[in-house]
Design a protein around this ligand. Structure first.
Ligand code: BG6
Ligand code: MG
Length: 229
């Protein structure tokens, strides 16, 4: 096989394929308000890509309530947030796919490149189903089986392995800082959606700027620099 090839493209879900990142924010905001903890969009940035219970731990610590609850109370609070979140995503429909994302994935698939999903969300299947795009993914990580959260590379490595892809010849797409770190720690090429993702190998402001031609161009250039071509 020539080195000018791509073995897989792996996407994050929340904030990359659809704007559920905003619904996570609203659901946490409701819970934080009820607990009397200050919570805003800026603190929410720390929670992107972070699992449900870890997010709650960060919110409680920020409100000086780190030791205020037992494990079972913490579980109840996390469930409560999830109920708020599930209510918010009930209205999700195919038109909520972020601009250009479905077309982008279809274009990748038309080149016979496997496509995977690396989301730590336990609601990922529900969201994909509501957006009617489950069939566009060859493999979706099972959030319940992932032991290490992003920025650990485990989730991206798991998806690459399931797709039979070498991470060094694969691309990941993320909207979270820890997500970009996870992609890079796995040895993949990182596309960051969001101007704040300075560390990514290719940065776009939003999904309207994501063109497959441009991604491939940036990826092949970087492979050349890394001596992988
Ligand atoms: C990530 C989101 O995709 O999933 C986080 O960026 C969220 O904000 C995490 O906490 C876990 O999601 P869920 O649906 O399992 O609570
Ligand atoms: Mg995300």
């Amino acid at each position: 096989m020539t080195s000018q090839h791509i073995e897989a493209v792996v996407f994050d879900l929340d904030g990359v394929i659809t704007d559920t990142a905003h619904y996570h924010y609203l659901a946490w905001k409701q819970l934080a308000d009820e607990l009397g903890i200050h919570f805003d969009e800026s603190f929410n940035e720390n929670l992107k890509g972070v699992s449900r219970v870890e997010s709650l731990t960060l919110i409680l610590a920020n409100g000086n309530q780190a030791d205020a609850y037992t494990n079972s109370e913490i579980e109840d609070l996390a469930n409560r947030k999830n109920e708020y979140y599930k209510r918010l995503i009930q209205q999700l429909a195919p038109e909520d796919i972020l601009p250009g994302m479905k077309e982008l994935i279809e274009e990748i698939r038309s080149e016979s490149i496997p496509v995977g999903l690396a989301s730590v969300s336990k609601n990922a299947q529900t969201v994909l189903h509501a957006l009617e795009i489950e069939h566009l993914f060859d493999y979706c990580a099972d959030a319940a089986k992932i032991k290490q959260s992003k920025p650990d590379p485990e989730i991206f490595l798991t998806v690459c392995e399931a797709l039979g892809a070498d991470p060094a010849h694969s691309i990941g797409v993320e909207d979270a800082k820890v997500g970009v770190q996870s992609i890079q720690a796995s040895g993949m090429f990182a596309v960051g959606v969001g101007s704040y993702l300075k560390q990514a190998d290719l940065i776009v402001n939003d999904t309207t700027e994501l063109s497959w031609t441009q991604v491939k161009h940036a990826y092949f250039n970087s492979q050349q620099r890394r001596g992988l071509s």
